[in-house]
Design a protein around this ligand. Structure first.
Ligand SMILES: *Cc1c(COP(=O)(O)O)cnc(C)c1O
Length: 366
């Protein structure tokens, strides 16, 4: 089965045919063929991809990526705890919203959607509010494509002895980093982003000593991160409740293909070439990116919508889809934009074809 169009919408994103083929068999959720040969292998590989340092472990969690964020926020922070979260886009805002739903005390740093957080403001809050126990930040804010300064942010948080939670949903597997070196305690990502699997579960790679402190703290049974980890850890990869077996099988294949490509460095190179090709091509057609170039990530790019009175996103979208490309609407509150992703089974030649398709779709200029 071939796809009719490429998804430039992370995520879900375009996957390889072989990843999709891995879903064509049925798997028993507790049989050794599945737990030992697939789930345990995935858990080990994820830790290896995330850090060279010892003391880290991983846990897989059913649901979309948000479920893993909610499981982490709801399990890691005790009833006396307090969270500081950076909100410079929809995903940072979502972390604050989760804290709000779960009645967790929190404070927000809001630099706006097109700027990085002011670290001196963060430093001042951490110095003056010693009730804060945890900090959270999004690595690549998929709302705009902004890459946040996680290294400096984490260093600051660690100087003040805080537990660090990183939403690396859209960057893990596509941007090299060592979470142990950085000092990250909990890193969250999901199956359908840079590892190039299909949707259905998320995962958390955590410092085991911090994860063990989550015991008995969860505010939800199905999103109890400690209990889920403990079950997997003591029963060779067994999930507590029905697991998304086909999705997990596809993810295992996706990890194999990541290694075949040359690992995270090689994938990062490809995404970066995609992004540079995209921005250069779009600029040549008169489009302007929302963010300054130095804030860009290789993951997704926001462009201002054309100001021509005949432009309509829906029509533009449809014309691109007819030519084999699906793009994202904008998600920024105070600017009219659309977004184009670079991740997934997408190559520079695809981006070059996309630029041709965009040129064809610009009828409003005639
Ligand atoms: C995709 C994404 C999420 C999770 O979104 P879901 O729709 O729940 O999978 C969270 N944070 C970031 C930065 C993301 O890109």
């Amino acid at each position: 089965m071939k796809n009719d169009y490429i998804l430039l919408t992370p995520g879900p994103l375009s996957t390889s045919e072989t990843v999709r083929q891995a879903m064509l068999k049925d798997w028993c959720t507790w049989d050794d063929d599945y737990n030992k040969e697939i789930v345990e292998v995935i858990r080990t590989q994820l830790v290896t991809l995330a850090t060279k340092q010892p003391g880290y472990t991983s846990v897989l969690m059913q649901g979309s990526g948000t479920a893993s964020v909610e499981a982490t926020i709801g399990s890691a922070i005790s009833h006396q705890g307090k969270l500081l979260v950076v909100d410079n886009g929809a995903y940072g805002a979502r972390i604050a919203q989760i804290a709000d739903y779960l009645n967790i005390a929190y404070r927000v740093v809001s630099p706006g959607e097109i700027d990085r957080p002011d670290l001196s403001e963060v430093a001042e809050i951490l110095a003056n509010d010693n009730t804060i126990t945890h900090v959270a930040i999004v690595h690549c804010e998929t709302t705009t494509g902004m890459l946040n300064p996680i290294e400096a942010f984490t260093r600051l948080a660690k100087q003040h002895g805080k537990v660090v939670i990183l939403d690396a949903m859209s960057s893990f597997g596509g941007i090299p980093m060592d979470i142990g070196e950085l000092g990250i305690d909990f890193m969250i990502s999901s199956a359908n982003k840079c590892i190039q699997g299909v949707p259905g579960f998320g995962f958390v790679i955590a410092k085991q000593s911090e994860l063990e402190k989550c015991k008995g703290q969860a505010r939800s049974l199905s999103l109890d991160l400690y209990d889920q980890w403990h079950c997997m850890q003591t029963n060779h990869g067994k999930w507590r409740f029905t697991s998304p077996t086909h999705t997990v099988r596809a993810f295992h294949q996706a990890l194999t293909e990541l290694a075949q490509e040359g690992g995270i460095d090689a994938r990062h190179q490809r995404y970066q070439t995609n992004q540079k090709t995209l921005v250069a091509g779009m600029r040549s057609l008169g489009f302007k990116p929302l963010l300054d170039d130095e804030l860009h990530s290789p993951i997704i790019t926001s462009f201002y919508s054309p100001t021509h009175s005949d432009y309509q996103f829906k029509v533009f979208y449809q014309r691109l889809k007819e030519q084999g490309f699906v793009i994202y609407p904008g998600k920024v509150s105070n600017a009219d934009c659309f977004r184009i992703g670079n991740i997934g089974e997408v190559y520079p030649r695809d981006i070059e074809r996309l630029i041709g398709a965009v040129a064809n779709a610009m009828y409003w200029q005639q």
